[in-house]
Ligand binder design. Structure first.
Ligand code: SF4
Ligand code: MSK
Length: 635
């Protein structure tokens, strides 16, 4: 039987799940085969009650829905609704962070401003001054202005002004400059409801505007305000994989996306009273570990270990060692509710937006965050004695990692501790030691061997002197295989990249955070263009993006904001668009002439690496840069 994952800990837990008849996402995926061909091609519409309608892509079946919509309209509407949902998810996260910033300014909830310098810098972008105001006054004003960006009706989102002038002009010319975050999502939903927008290009343009409202709005606001509240991450060491769970400690696994509660859970886990209670209940301590993007958030700021990525969420429960899994929003499999009942594990939902039947619910409120966190930790401790030691199986698998790079920190290291500048990075690209840079991001999906897509693509690119930045579940995959250690450069990097990593002491793959932190990749690109020598817009740079194992609507939104920002973006499996030749051609070819970026769909990560490297070389040639060192070496 072919392995479902390249990760040893995952393989071990899948064997256990099989032996004990514990159902996982892989089992359910197999039961779903063959999946609906109409759905895969985007040729199913159930937008109104005259449907559901389908279009026959091959035979003599229907070519239009009851209303007359054709394949182009079907596909464009469905895809852009995915963008709207992904944007809504990231942006609702940002809204909650803005609310928390407001709470902190009002002295509620136990949150404090950790980075007043960044507060002032971001506030200035929103026209908030003068410097004589107190931090609290500035935080209050910024929280209000940031919240207003969601409901803004006209104008342009503030952070779009960070983009190069040439890029802003493209957005204005095409009419895709985002006006307000919620406004773009609402308009997307309106335009794609029955009997409104029929022109597939017009629909896709609004899709791009909505995605830009995510990348340059909701996601960027989330990242920036989280940095203000919790501090800008700095590189730190930690460990990853299911082996970080402890046999003799209370294991609290946090899963989801928003760091607001998990930050407080970290504080609560160090509370002397609760530590005493844990001891009284027979545990040697309280061990917090993360899954998915919440994991990335608290890893970056506190060095809290990561238990696993998206497809490992069920396997963490299957260890029998998790006393409580705390979930908030996004990427939480509904299956956790029934699986947790096979063990002593308490699944505790915390968001009124995401409840699970027959599951504990402790409502998280920013106003009383620390009390809520303490209550949750107490429930986990009290559940520890219910653990059945004979059913505990924790794989002996962990890996070291270095995480927590940001546009503020990492590339400045290239200039040395006392010379904070992007110049050495740009110079390395210009002189060919670096062929380019690629962001590898996104999820896992049982439709591809777990972690294999991420790791194969990453290793191929490293070999070609391509610096890789990574986020989300892709980052966790890289971490588990040791690619986030500086020494990985010796084993995997080409000569130019290896030289840089050795000199500066950084890993060849840089962990930049959670899904919303893909906005850090945008801010890094801004710095590179600003430093000069590599063109006046993102589309000129030898860079690309990739989501080799994507599954979420959020990934579609992210892909679109990168493409609309001028970046070639590869997806492992295609979007559900192949039922429309026009939409497919537009997104994979024609759109490049308009925005400078386009999509590439390629399931084979070896072929994907080849097409990405060819793209980087094309960009290098357009900039008339020297032949890259790795290309010369392979001749
Ligand atoms: Fe069918 Fe048109 Fe209704 Fe879609 S909107 S379900 S294609 S009738
Ligand atoms: S958690 S969106 S599975 S990366 Fe952000 Fe992972 Fe994808 Fe969720």
């Amino acid at each position: 039987m072919a392995e479902k994952s390249v990760d040893r800990a995952t393989q071990e837990m899948l064997r256990r799940a099989k032996a004990e008849q514990l159902e996982t996402a892989w089992d359910r995926w197999e039961i779903q085969q063959p999946q609906c061909g109409f759905g895969q091609l985007g040729l199913c519409c159930r937008i109104c009650n005259m449907g559901p309608c389908r279009i026959d892509p091959f035979g003599n079946g229907p070519k239009r829905g009851v209303c007359g919509a054709d394949a182009d309209t079907f596909v464009a509407r469905h895809l852009t609704r995915m963008i709207a949902a992904g944007t809504a998810a990231h942006s609702d996260h940002g809204r909650d962070v803005a609310h928390t910033l407001l709470m902190s300014a009002q002295g509620k909830g136990g949150y404090r401003i950790k980075d007043p310098l960044k507060l002032r810098k971001v506030a200035a972008e929103f026209g908030i001054g003068p410097d004589s105001k107190s931090d609290v006054e500035i935080a209050q004003a910024l929280a209000e202005k940031a919240s207003a960006e969601f409901g803004q009706q006209e104008g342009e989102l503030t952070f779009t002004r960070r983009a190069p002038k040439a890029r802003q002009e493209i957005w204005r010319k095409l009419g895709i400059m985002p006006r307000g975050i919620d406004r773009e999502v609402v308009e997307m939903m309106h335009r794609t409801t029955m009997g409104v927008d029929t022109d597939y290009k017009n629909i896709l343009f609004q899709g791009m505007r909505t995605a830009l409202a995510d990348g340059w709005g909701g996601s960027m606001l989330s990242t920036e305000m989280q940095d203000i509240l919790f501090g800008i991450p700095t590189p730190l060491r930690s460990r990853v994989n299911l082996g970080v769970l402890k046999k003799d400690e209370v294991n609290v696994v946090v899963h989801g996306h928003e760091p607001l509660l998990s930050e407080m859970l970290v504080v609560a886990s160090r509370d002397p009273e609760l530590l005493k209670l844990a001891e009284k209940n027979g545990a040697r301590g309280i061990n917090i570990a993360g899954i998915c993007c919440t994991a990335n958030e608290i890893l970056m700021r506190h060095g809290i270990p990561i238990a696993g990525n998206f497809l490992q969420q069920e396997l963490a429960l299957a260890t029998g060692a998790v006393d409580a899994m705390i979930v908030d929003v996004q990427c939480i499999m509904p299956a956790l509710a029934s699986l947790s009942q096979c063990f002593h594990t308490k699944l505790i939902a915390t968001s009124p937006k995401a409840k699970f039947p027959n599951t504990d619910f402790v409502e998280f409120r920013e106003e009383s965050a620390l009390e809520v966190a303490k209550e949750i930790i107490q429930r986990a401790i009290e559940n520890y004695p219910n653990r059945e030691p004979r059913r505990v199986q924790i794989p002996d698998a962990t890996m070291d990692l270095v995480a927590g790079f940001t546009s503020e920190s990492v590339f400045r290291f290239l200039g040395g501790r006392y010379r904070a500048t992007y110049r050495p990075l740009n110079d390395a690209v210009m002189d060919g030691r670096l062929r380019g840079a690629v962001g590898i991001v996104g999820c896992n999906n049982p439709n591809i061997t777990h972690d294999w897509g991420h790791l194969t693509l990453t290793k191929e690119l490293l070999k070609n002197d391509v610096l890789v930045v990574t986020s989300g579940c892709a980052a966790i995959a890289a971490a588990k295989c040791g690619l986030l250690r500086p020494e990985a450069a010796y084993d995997f990097a080409g000569p130019g990249l290896r030289e840089i990593c050795e000199t500066v002491g950084i890993p060849p793959v840089l962990h930049v955070g959670a899904c919303v932190d893909n906005s850090r990749i945008l801010t890094t690109l801004i710095e590179i263009v600003g430093e000069g020598g590599l063109g006046d817009d993102f589309s000129k740079l030898p860079v690309a993006g990739s989501a080799p194992e994507w599954m979420s609507e959020k990934a579609v939104a992210i892909g679109f904001y990168f493409v609309a920002s001028g970046v070639l973006t590869h997806f492992g499996t295609p979007h559900p668009i192949l039922g429309s030749k026009n939409v497919t051609k537009f997104l994979t070819e024609d759109v490049e002439k308009l925005v400078g970026g386009k999509f590439a769909f390629e399931p084979d990560p070896h072929k994907a690496a080849k097409l990405i490297v060819e793209h980087l070389d094309r960009k290098r040639a357009e900039l008339k840069l020297r032949e890259p060192m790795s290309a010369t070496a392979s001749k």
